[in-house]
Write a new protein. Structure first.
Length: 221
């Protein structure tokens, strides 16, 4: 089984103190920094872009896990690679040439991820699975933090796990993840858990370690 990774989403961070919010989650036991990029076009919200990510990148050696909710994505892949992304995930729905996007990410020397919206079947990525380093199952409709986990996502996670088989591919779940559902999400096959509001709510760094530990403990049963 693949190592469990906890990936707090800085979408729920206090942007006025973004640097401290990044270092706080890493010193509190998080594995990845999940970076939610939204364009107000592919999703109905705008977050931030590569320059903002670049400004906090030097603060930690942790993996920057960049989730691009933008269309088109291809013109911006090099920007995010240069800004210090380690994993770049594009949405399967974001453009007509997913294979090209995944190849472009690997060509930049980064790990290539593909995300599936709640209504998108796992079969959408069947023919590009060997071009992926990470599959991201969205368990809410992308665009906002703080939404509730869609229960049907558990079936999707199982199907994605079956498609991945024993390939060297991470299975990430994003949206509504909490200590209460982490166990069943991991049991369904996920090994990377994104959590925004469950970690950052209240933006009090003194709470982050216990919240990350609660998710990790729940996930590892
Ligand atoms: C949703 C984003 C998520 C979101 C998660 O569009 O991709 O990463 O920030 O937030 P929570 O954990 O609050 O659902
Ligand atoms: Zn995300």
């Amino acid at each position: 089984t693949r190592p469990l990774r906890i990936a707090p989403s800085i979408l729920s961070a206090d942007f006025a103190r973004l640097g401290e919010e990044v270092t706080a989650i890493i010193s509190s036991g998080a594995d990845y920094v999940h970076v939610d990029v939204m364009d107000g076009h592919f999703v109905p919200n705008i977050s931030f872009g590569a320059p903002v990510m670049k400004s906090v990148r030097p603060l930690t050696d942790a993996v920057f896990d960049v989730h691009l909710m933008i269309a088109p994505a291809d013109p911006y892949l090099a920007d995010f690679a240069k800004a210090g992304a380690d994993i770049i995930t594009v949405h399967a729905e974001a453009g007509p040439h997913l294979h090209r996007s995944l190849q472009a990410i690997r060509g930049l020397g980064k790990k290539a991820g593909v995300a599936l919206n709640p209504a998108t079947p796992v079969s959408a990525i069947q023919h590009v699975i060997d071009d992926c380093d990470l599959v991201l199952v969205m368990s809410v409709n992308p665009g906002f933090g703080g939404q509730s986990f869609i229960p049907e996502s558990l079936n999707k996670i199982r199907q994605a796990k079956a498609l991945i088989g024993n390939r060297d591919i991470d299975l990430e779940v994003d949206g509504g993840v909490t200590a209460d559902n982490a166990r069943e999400i991991v049991a369904a096959g996920a090994n990377v858990l994104v959590a925004g509001s469950a970690i950052y709510a209240g933006n009090d760094p003194s709470t982050y370690a216990s919240r990350i530990k609660a998710i990790r403990d729940a996930a590892t049963g």
